[in-house]
Design a protein around this ligand. Structure first.
Ligand SMILES: Nc1ncnc2c1ncn2[C@@H]1O[C@H](COP(=O)(O)OP(=O)(O)OP(=O)(O)O)[C@@H](O)[C@H]1O
Length: 571
């Protein structure tokens, strides 16, 4: 894992070297200061010459000034190193998430994924800056201070050094406990974010059901759990910090008493005594640093573990080696013996055989949950079939690159998802490099012109989050305009007009008819009235495809379709 972590430093070698060398230099200057004081007290003070003392102090001022610059570099450029690494990781994670398949998003909550991209990575960034550098400097200062102290008085130095194993043991002990506590804290933070995301996203449902009280209680339960997890982590941390503080202060006291003893016995000069005290402070400073690392390290490691878990997750649906780019497909679709199930649950599709000719409009009907949507989801490879094959124009869809296949298929979903932004941006999502003329043309064909012109801001009208400021019909038209712009040879219309009133529906049906002209169109419908004119109706039940044919033929055959029709319209 460490190797993997350090690989993120590679692009920033010069920055790392700069930061590291400044930090080492600053640490050396820190060590030099007690020696200088020792010299001033023992050599210059007895001479009684203020001038040379002032000169020496001027030298010290120089050391301080230099150190100030070093500190700035370490703080600013060092953090820049951490921020760069954090930014790279965030970009990689985001890019990786874009590749992950539908099933992954079916099983993971949005809030918890967001928490990984934001909080976790912030902690990793802190660790990336402080971790290796601070550890190295801490060890270096510790050994440097010890060497200098042992030159002054070996016995005292050895006694102080004896405390180190105890401090390190304390660190390791608390570190382990804290890693676990922070792991829990981040898991509950993910859960907590999911809850917030869900409730705020669904606030309209909450208010419509007057369930605010219920949501408040659920929220405060999760909030409480998060608080407990966080408190536990900080309790462990505080115990560790207090123990090591107490220990270091004991040692300082010990230095004072034993130093005074040796001065009285004449084994130590005043200057050496002062130098020793200052050095013992320098000696313990790295321990504070180590404690700081102990605080950030488990958080960073917990975050990095969660990060690598996600990064190691391979997309279930991906390009096969040698997959080809396809373009201008005609849309001749064949399903051969296709079976599919979501996870460990019972299979939804068994041995599906379908032949859809290029340019044909077929409508899938059947009882709810029979698998109509699932059949269509396999075509753009949102999920891969477990068995059998699907071909378009004679080529297996697994032999095509995912992106080129999906460019050939347009989907108008039941629940149109619009991004917060302007009308123009949302139509333009169908073809990112579309010019104004193309966008206006798409809007015209989707019969959106009157609406756009009635808005004071026109195309620049902001439609609110997920398009809340639009009516159901306007959202549908926007989705249709997007499709005109994308202009794919294959279309999937998922219940596209089920939520609209009769008049709007008729108008939208007209746009849809225009949209589907010349394209292979798969319609998933419940409203049998809207699909009478389909070239073919395919009836899907739990048993698979049970009937297919034109409306009149299916009514005449007296099967499932005629019963569904009778149920909707009366016989
Ligand atoms: N993402 C999913 N994860 C797990 N199970 C799913 C998922 N999507 C659908 N299912 C299940 O698969 C079965 C078929 O669902 P599908 O949406 O294909 O049916 P449908 O015929 O389109 O239904 P409807 O007409 O109600 O939209 C259902 O039992 C459903 O519970």
């Amino acid at each position: 894992m460490f190797r993997r972590f350090f690989s993120y430093y590679l692009p920033y070698r010069p920055l790392f070297i700069l930061d590291f060398s400044c930090a080492v230099f600053a640490a050396l200057l820190e060590l030099g200061f007690p020696l200088a004081v020792n010299y001033v007290v023992d050599e210059l003070l007895p001479l009684g010459e203020l001038r040379s003392i002032l000169l020496a102090c001027l030298g010290l001022l120089g050391i301080y000034a230099l150190n100030t610059v070093m500190q700035y570099v370490v703080n600013y450029w060092g953090h820049m190193l951490g921020i760069n690494i954090e930014t790279d990781m965030r970009r990689k994670l985001f890019e990786h998430m874009q590749r992950l398949s539908f099933r992954f998003f079916d099983n993971n909550k949005t809030g918890s994924l967001m928490s990984r991209i934001t909080n976790d990575l912030m902690e990793i960034g802190e660790m990336a800056h402080h971790g290796p550098e601070d550890l190295f400097i801490a060890i270096m200062t510790l050994l440097g201070a010890f060497t200098l102290m042992s030159f002054i008085h070996l016995e005292m130095a050895l006694l102080i050094f004896a405390v180190i194993p105890l401090l390190i043991w304390l660190s390791i002990y608390f570190n382990k406990k804290m890693t676990r506590a922070f792991d829990d804290m981040y898991s509950s933070m993910g859960e907590f974010n999911s809850r917030v995301e869900n409730t705020i996203g669904g606030i309209r449902v909450v208010q419509a059901f007057s369930n605010e009280e219920f949501e408040k209680q659920r929220f405060s339960h999760d909030n409480g759990r998060f608080r407990t997890a966080k408190l536990l982590a900080y309790k462990i941390m505080s115990k560790g910090l207090s123990m090591s503080y107490m220990l270091t202060r004991f040692v300082s006291l010990f230095v004072l008493i034993s130093g005074a003893y040796y001065v009285i016995r004449g084994e130590l000069t005043y200057g050496e005594f002062v130098g020793f005290i200052l050095l013992s402070n320098v000696f313990f400073r790295p321990i504070d640093k180590i404690n700081a690392i102990i605080e950030s390290y488990p958080k960073g490691i917990a975050g990095f573990k969660r990060y690598t878990e996600l990064m190691d997750m391979e997309p279930e649906v991906a390009d096969l080696p040698g997959a080809v780019e396809v373009d201008n497909l005609k849309g001749d679709i064949r399903y051969r013996g296709v079976s599919f199930g979501y996870g460990d649950k019972e299979k939804v599709l068994h041995d599906i055989h379908l032949d859809i000719r290029a340019g044909e409009t077929v409508a899938f009907v059947g009882p709810s949950g029979s698998g109509k949507t699932t059949i269509c989801s396999l075509l753009p490879r949102f999920y891969d079939a477990d068995g059998g094959s699907i071909t378009v124009d004679g080529l297996d869809i697994r032999q095509m690159t995912l992106s080129s296949l999906r460019r050939q298929i347009g989907i108008v979903q039941q629940d149109v998802f619009l991004f917060s932004g302007t009308i123009r941006e949302n139509i333009g999502y169908g073809k990112l490099d579309a010019n104004d003329e193309e966008i206006w043309e798409a809007a015209r064909r989707a019969q959106l012109l009157d609406f756009i012109r009635s808005q004071p801001e026109g195309m620049a009208t902001v439609i609110g989050e997920r398009g809340v400021k639009l009516s159901g019909g306007q959202k549908q038209r926007l989705a249709i305009a997007r499709m005109f712009l994308k202009n794919p040879p294959i279309l999937i219309l998922d219940e596209a007009t089920s939520a609209l009133d009769t008049e709007t529906e008729a108008a939208i049906q007209q746009s849809l008819a225009e949209l589907s002209a010349g394209r292979t169109t798969l319609v998933i419908a419940h409203r049998l009235a809207t699909i009478k004119n389909a070239d073919r109706i395919i009836v899907v039940t739990e048993k698979g495809v049970t009937e297919q044919g034109r409306h009149d033929e299916l009514i005449a055959s007296g099967g499932v379709y005629s019963r569904l029709h009778a149920a909707q319209f009366g016989s």
